[in-house]
Design a protein around this ligand. Sequence first.
Ligand SMILES: Nc1ncnc2c1ncn2[C@@H]1O[C@H](COP(=O)(O)OP(=O)(O)OP(=O)(O)O)[C@@H](O)[C@H]1O
Length: 678
Amino acid sequence: MPTTLFSDIEYLKGVGKARGEKYRKLGVTSPYELIYHIPRDYLDFRTHVPVAGAVLNEYNVLKLTVFRKMPPQRIKGGLVICKAAASDGTDDILIVVYNNVYGFQALREGETYYMYGKVSGNFLRKEISSPVYIKADEQVLIQPKYHLTQGLSVNMIRANMQQALEIMRREPFETLSPDILRKYDLAPLMWSLENIHFPESELAAETARRRLAFDELLKLQIGMSIMKSRSRRSTAYKMDPSVDTDEFTKGLPFELTDDQKKAVDEIVSDLCSSVPMNRLLQGDVGSGKTAVAAAACYFASKNGVQSALMAPTEILAVQHFKTLSGFLEPFGVRVSLLTGSMTAKKKASVREGIEAGEIDVVVGTHAIIQKDVEYRSLGLVITDEQHRFGVAQRAALAEKGDYPHKLVMSATPIPRTLALIIYGDLDISAITQLPKGRKPVKTYAVTGKLRSRAFGFVRERLDEGRQAYVVCPMIEESESELFAVKTYAENAAKGDLKGYTTALLHGKMRAAEKDKTMQLFRDGEIQVLICTTVVEVGVDVPNAAVMVIENAERFGLSQLHQLRGRVGRGGFESSCILITDNTTDDCVKRMKIMSSTSDGFKISEEDLKMRGPGDFFGNAQHGLPPLKIADIACNMELMNRAQVCAKELLEDDPLLEKPQNRALKMDVMRLFSKDIIG
Ligand SMILES: Nc1ncnc2c1ncn2[C@@H]1O[C@H](COP(=O)(O)OP(=O)(O)OP(=O)(O)O)[C@@H](O)[C@H]1O
């Protein structure tokens, strides 16, 4: 049987079992996937330097003539080393190739090559190890760089790539119509795949990448839209629009902002439709998402339907429970907490209440989606910080109701374009205004030298009756870091914060202990909470008006913004002091951004620019296929075009059933799991 694009990669000539395993490590299981193993960058052999001028211990491009090849040497551990002497007239150099006799054999004495590799040695004796090379008379002097794994070299990949492309050339396919190619100024698919791997020129490589990035974004958009329309085909509990939320909103201790009102209206209108709601409630830190969620729960309960709110941590679940019961119980809405750390007896009694329909709103961690929790009439599911949950958890929760309406709250301000990708299957309600009377948190970045002055400032605020957080990074949650945080807290209690009540809060504490500490802080019994990032998301203590962040360089911009959002939640003038001794450009820039703006969206855009979308997009938690080619931070324009194109395509052919869209549909299905789209 001839090898096809979707045969096992092992069947490509010269691959076999062992190399096949190596390919699998790279996520490549078929010739098709090999073709989509896109170069991460290119090597430009035109940038060669003389051997005499090579930078030692760095990668260099050299133009070398091989003048003597030595026989391969076998050393212990089965390793084979091949060596050859070469020169470019400015100096001699030894070429050393490990475990690649085949690649070495291709080198010819007397022949000149461009070679790229790490140069080491000293001015007397230099060597270049396992270089990538091409003949000096090659027409094209740019070559792809691939993600590699041990035992799989660029040259091997290139040889196998030629074969894979050859298979594709037999039956080349194109996923986009000539009209679309023309309209969006895109190169044909086959040409792009050839030129991304074997570019005719720099421009060709760029043109190819643009086409493939467009494809990837387009497929993502299409997959997402199809998922969205599929979820809309199911039916959810249709609530009664005549139920009024005014009584509830008027009973709140504050007036909702216009954005909050708008969000409540949008949610209520979704709930009154039999199409399941799929909405993201996005708002900057402290913008009042919980009140909006409470209004939704109120509306559901007055319709006789249960709601479940799932938080990522116990601390947050407890807090949401307190807030929601404070808001809702005066109206006869029954709210219960269900978390893993509750006693078995308590859990059982809450579960019974849920089953009997005696509980209207359940707040908890993932315990509320465990198999043994049976809802009587679950109609609304709210998740806080969706991207902290695994997809499986979200799916399990959704299965609890027939087709519950879903609301996702996110406090991570994500630039709109990115939100559309990560949450592309959701409608978005955004709260951009902060409640009236909020003052922006004044942020200062200082070095450790000013620590005692900073604490002088903290003491002044404490003396005025305010409370404070001191955040110490604990990235690894390791014993040694824990020790450091504990020691820090002890020293502070004896030193800078002597005479004030302080307490330590970290992720390794038992849930009950954490809860107790948080409660004491909320009640004002503790003046300073020395904590790790357990307070990062959602903690709401309006009297806390100052925060000190130690080793601020260890946090990303968005995380700093989240942390800082724990203060400035009441009407008090609030401050955040970032302490760092790090003077790298990157850190200085981050500190400057933090001190100059309090706009979460701006900050997350900067974050995206500085760190790339990896953090938002790189992990699989949100359950979307990873982007391999398109770089969203730089490809915003392309992203917008892909969005428009996806919309046009689906308007014309909602499920991509027309013959001209078949190849595209197959491609989308390959990117997403078949059951989502199929
Ligand atoms: N319209 C409003 N006017 C005044 N205060 C409000 C208003 N809405 C909410 N608040 C108060 O603002 C604080 C922050 O609200 P909430 O905890 O809901 O914010 P959030 O959006 O969930 O923030 P985070 O993402 O940081 O958790 C709370 O103390 C809440 O009572």
